[in-house]
Design a protein around this ligand. Sequence first.
Ligand code: ADP
Length: 260
Amino acid sequence: MVRSAVDRDDGVMNTTSVLTATPAPMAPTGTALVAARDLTRIWGKGDAAQVGVADASLDVRRGELVAIVGPSGAGKSTLAALIAGIDRPTSGSLVVNGTRIDRMKIDRLAAWRGENVGIVFQDFHLLPTLTAIENVELAIELAQRSTGRRERRRRSIEALDAVGLGGYARRLPAQMSGGEQQRVGVARAMVTGAPLIVADEPTGALDRANGDAVHALLLDQARRGTTVVFITHDLDLAGTADRVVHMLDGRIDTIEGGRS
Ligand code: ADP
């Protein structure tokens, strides 16, 4: 697996910008950033039980770029939500960046998530009444409460510059295209310096050109050492990953590529 398919300079990135957010403490080098064992997520009981994910075991190394693929309903979003600490498993164990999160209480999990995970959603999830820069600043405000206003602003400007949107800071989401909104979404995911970015079909709502531009930003984050787990239906984009996790009927069917 190579990262070259969309790994190109498309003119939207400021690749010289170095984000200086204070990252959450990293797991020791060489250990898995994500260690999932027999993760199962079931809703309901007995005949009414809905299986999201069953017995999923996966290690993701620090700095690795992992694609999750599979048909609709295969459990991709469920697995991604577990890894991101948005949801908790019914059973199984999950260690992310050195912390066991599978039994963590919801409020602690939210705080942990803010520091450790940047999340990119298919439909952007920007707050509609906040400008681009306010959406990015909010991520720092929620994750790193001790960061002062000026520092929040400085880092948010830097993040918007890095996704090629330095001139869009004061625009509301409704005043931006889908591709631009998603680039704000990526800026928000990376501004806290979280060691892990989880992206659930980040290019799913975008045309090819905008999708490639957003994907290139995620590749750039991975190149800088951030662990990136993304869901895609696009096999070309999946082909840029270090490893591709194929899901089927709630299970990890095969894992393709990589050193393990
Ligand atoms: P994918 O992302 O691959 O399309 P999902 O992870 O969204 O698949 O869904 C996997 C399975 O889990 C589906 O059968 C879906 O209906 C079920 N599921 C997902 N979320 C819930 C929920 N909140 N309650 C009940 N079942 C759910």
